[in-house]
Design a protein around this ligand. Structure first.
Ligand code: NAP
Length: 324
């Protein structure tokens, strides 16, 4: 099978297309024939060798994807060949024509959802759900700011929160991104390039502040985020690419919490609960991943450049050459 492999850490050019043996599923494992593969920023940090987690070289990147079950291991009863599925984690890497996964990393993909949309679930939707509901404990009726509502995690957070009855404010840094955030369900949108964005957001809450912020770029915003939270407000740090200065007093005045998260810390029971909710959301139509750019699997390097460019527009996916 064709797979993308990395032999040394570096720029996007280290993503090489190679012919490798197709894996065989052992006990508790499922082999998925990939149709679409989700590309996430974290995969660029790992490839560059700058992330806390460094895989042994060579490795095949990728956690997310969607396709059809090709083969199951001896004791796997919950899936059978031909089932449509999405993956949230993989033993062999999803940037490939086939991905070997543990059965619990595989989830059913309803017939009304495309493979490209399925490839958006594993990291972005699971992250948005965990940030909103398990870390921030966001409740219906609360006001949420999705700070960075135009990308993979942000569009997911907007849909999840809107369907749960929150008032959703979202930001983006391009006109297309602002339009997308509104279409995904944001009640009001703001341009995070605007110098007065925090005043605009505060005004939209009539000076009360927001209850929850899910933050995609904490190094740019955390200091100011703390000034626009309502009493008892929570900010969940999902993304950060540098350092930031805060005034701790801003957390004291209104009993504000700053909560970090990374998906690998999610306990298995919480993870199972997240995917049960996500599959239900796909089935009932409240979750509809927005797909932006698509690239062939063999052009993974282009996808890695694109995912780090400004002007996010939903999810970036790789496609294998197979038809739907
Ligand atoms: P993405 O699709 O590339 O989206 C990036 C988002 O950040 C876009 O909405 C972008 O908006 C926004 N952004 C850019 N500048 C911003 C600013 N000054 N203020 C607020 N937002 C800004 O990436 P993603 O997959 O959604 O991931 C978002 C971040 O979360 C990444 O840093 C990623 O590494 C991280 N992440 C963390 C976890 C975890 O477990 N903690 C899991 C998944 C992702 P414009 O492009 O419109 O400006």
């Amino acid at each position: 099978m064709k797979a993308i492999r990395v032999h040394e850490f570096g720029g996007p050019e280290v993503l090489r297309v190679e012919e490798v043996p197709t894996p065989e599923p052992g006990p508790g494992e499922v082999l998925v024939r990939m149709h679409a593969i989700g590309v996430n920023p974290v995969e660029t940090y790992i490839r560059a060798g700058t992330y806390a987690y460094k895989p042994a070289l060579p490795y095949a990147p990728g956690n997310d994807g969607a396709g059809v079950v090709e083969q199951v291991g001896p004791d796997v009863n919950q899936f059978k060949p031909g089932d449509r599925v999405y993956t949230a984690g993989s033993l062999s890497g999803t940037y490939a024509e086939f991905a070997l996964c543990r059965a619990e990393q595989v989830h059913p993909l309803p017939a009304n959802v495309s493979f490209a949309q399925g490839a958006a679930m594993g990291t972005p939707y699971a992250t948005a759900y965990r940030g909103l509901f398990q870390r921030a404990k966001a409740k219906p009726g609360e006001t949420l700011l999705v700070h960075g509502a135009s990308g993979g995690v942000g569009t997911a957070a907007v849909q999840l929160a809107r369907s749960r009855g929150l008032r959703v404010l979202g930001t983006a840094g391009s006109d297309e991104g602002l339009k997308l955030a509104r279409e995904q369900g944001a009640h009001e949108v703001f341009d995070h390039r605007a110098p007065d964005q925090f005043e605009q957001i505060m005004n939209a809450t009539s000076g009360r502040g927001v209850d929850v912020i899910v933050e995609m770029l904490a190094n740019a915003n955390l200091g100011k985020d703390l000034t626009i939270l309502a009493k008892g407000g929570r900010v969940v740090i999902i993304g950060s690419r540098g350092r930031v200065e805060i005034d701790p007093r801003d957390t004291m005045q209104r009993d504000v919490d700053v909560r970090g998260m990374v998906m690998p810390n999610t306990p298995p029971a919480d993870l199972a609960s997240i995917h049960a909710a996500l599959v239900a959301g796909l089935e009932n139509g409240t979750l509809r991943p927005a797909i932006g750019k698509e690239f062939p699997l063999t052009e993974a390097a282009r996808a890695h450049r694109a995912v780090m460019e400004p002007g996010a527009f939903g999810k970036i996916v790789l496609r294998t050459e197979r038809k739907r």
